[in-house]
Structure formats: structure tokens, C-alpha cells
Design a binder for this molecule. Structure first.
Ligand code: SF4
Length: 267
């Protein structure tokens, strides 16, 4: 997943998962002293929410001696999340779909800026199966095909890895408490627009009655994802396009980031 000498950018939000990932990577990799680790934090521009978590990340990075960089949606895309919520033409375009589109691109830009070879994010097993359900219920089968958990190497030379993907969320919480990692537990004010919380509750209730069911689901998700990937004709798997507006790699003529910016500006 992470090779000798690779420079690792870790996406750190200030929540338990990302701060724990940063701490564990530091602990494991310092023995060899061969990988640089840099924390990158994306500031979505959500008032009274993100400021506190940025301070938590700063303190944590200082404590474990890791360089810290911050990148904002406002600087990168010309709009904060708070502004995007006012500008969006319809509430049918959910906060999290705008935010997720921007975050993926922001992480790529940030990782390139700090000259990283790898970008590591703290998605856990619960996130993975919730995402599957969200894709399933929105009919986005292509996205399920992209979910298979192999490190993804982009043509820009950047590798994306998710080291916590087989770990339950509550195990990460235990580790964070036992290691006395200070983290932000308050939810984002836009969170209730997403169906993710409903799936989180659904899976947690099931797991109480049927321990291990989330892990079974995780394995099934990966098999379904692989089957969808294998169903694509080989020619389409290699097909790479470039967004005609920004020049980034895209599945379509115009990438999702440019489409989102256009939508927000069109109101
Ligand atoms: Fe962004 Fe949604 Fe997460 Fe809030 S809950 S930070 S809007 S993805």
C-alpha cells in the first residue's frame, strides 16, 4: 500500500478517524524513518464548525511533529460551502454531493502541492458500506464499480490509499480514546441533508443483533464492485478523457467539479 521512501499526504479533518490514521502512520513509519508524512486539511468554509477542528489538527500535528497544510474551497474553487448552500439552484443538489466533489479535487491539488506520492484518507469499513448503499439507492452503479479497494494510481502519478478500510468505526473510536487523541465529535451542520446517517443507524442496529454482519456486507460489496468492473469492456476501462474546461482527468467532456461550479454560478 505504501512503498519505501514514498512521501505521504494524509487528509486530516480533525475527526477521530483521520487523527488516528495520522498517529498510527507516524508510529509505524518512524521506525524506518524513510517516509515523509504531511498533514493536509481541507477547509470547506463552514462557519462555527471547521475553525475548531483546524485548531485541533494544528495542535495534534505540533504534538507528533508533522508538518501541516491547509487548503480552502474558497481559494481553490471560488466559493465556500456556506456560500454554495445559498447559491445552489435547488435543494435537490445536496450539500454533501457538492462538498464531496470539491473535496476529492482539493485533496488531489493539495497532494500535488506538497509533492506527495501517496494520499492516504481514513475511510473506514462503516463508511465503505454506507457509501455502497447510497450509490445503490441513487442508482449509481458505475460508482459501485469504482469502489473496489485497491490502491488507485492516477495518471498524475498520485496513489490513493485507504488504510482503515477493513476497520470498524467503533474500533477507531476506542483507539482514539485509549491514546488520548483529542478530536472533534460535533457533526457538520449540513450532515442531516445526507442519507448516510440513516444507513449508519441501520447498520449499527443490525450489528447489535448480528455481530459481524457489517464485515460480511463489506466482503459482498467488494465482490459486487469487482463483478461490475469486470463487466466493462476492456476498451472502456482504459478510456481516459480530459475535461475541456480545467484539463483534469474526467469520465466526461466536462468534469464534475467544473459542472458544480457552473451550476453554482448560474443562479
Ligand atoms: Fe461536507 Fe457533507 Fe461532510 Fe458536511 S457532512 S463536511 S457538507 S461532506
Amino acid at each position: 500500500m505504501i512503498g519505501y521512501g514514498e512521501r505521504i499526504a494524509v487528509g486530516v479533518s480533525g475527526g477521530k478517524d483521520s487523527l488516528t490514521l495520522l498517529s498510527i502512520l507516524k508510529k509505524i513509519l518512524k521506525k524506518n524513518n524513510c517516509n515523509d508524512i504531511i498533514a493536509i486539511t481541507i477547509d470547506e468554509g463552514i462557519e462555527d464548525y471547521r475553525d475548531e477542528s483546524i485548531q485541533i489538527v494544528k495542535n495534534h500535528c505540533k504534538k507528533i511533529d508533522i508538518p501541516f497544510n491547509i487548503f480552502s474551497y474558497k481559494d481553490l474553487f471560488g466559493t465556500s460551502m456556506d456560500e454554495a448552500m445559498v447559491k445552489r439552484p435547488s435543494k435537490k443538489i445536496s450539500s454533501c454531493s457538492i462538498c464531496g466533489t470539491f473535496r476529492r479535487r482539493a485533496l488531489d491539488i493539495a497532494a500535488k502541492f506538497v509533492d506527495a506520492d501517496v494520499v492516504a484518507t481514513a475511510h473506514n469499513l462503516d463508511d465503505h458500506i454506507q457509501t455502497f448503499m447510497m450509490n445503490l439507492f441513487s442508482g449509481d452503479i458505475d460508482r459501485i464499480g469504482w469502489m473496489y479497494p485497491t490502491p488507485i494510481k492516477y495518471d498524475i502519478g498520485l496513489k490513493k490509499v485507504k488504510p482503515f478500510l477493513e476497520i470498524y468505526e467503533n474500533e477507531i473510536v476506542f483507539y482514539a480514546f485509549l491514546s488520548e487523541i483529542e478530536f472533534k465529535s460535533e457533526q457538520c451542520p449540513y450532515m442531516n441533508e445526507s442519507i448516510r446517517s440513516d444507513f449508519r443507524e441501520f447498520f449499527n442496529e443490525l450489528e447489535k443483533v448480528h455481530p459481524g454482519i457489517k464485515y460480511n456486507c463489506y466482503n459482498s460489496v467488494n465482490k459486487i464492485s469487482k463483478a461490475i468492473q469486470n463487466s466493462y469492456p476492456e476498451s472502456s476501462q482504459d478510456l481516459k478523457r480530459t475535461c475541456i474546461k480545467c484539463g483534469n482527468t474526467s469520465n466526461n467532456e466536462i468534469c464534475s467539479v467544473c459542472k458544480t461550479i457552473f451550476l453554482l454560478e448560474s443562479k
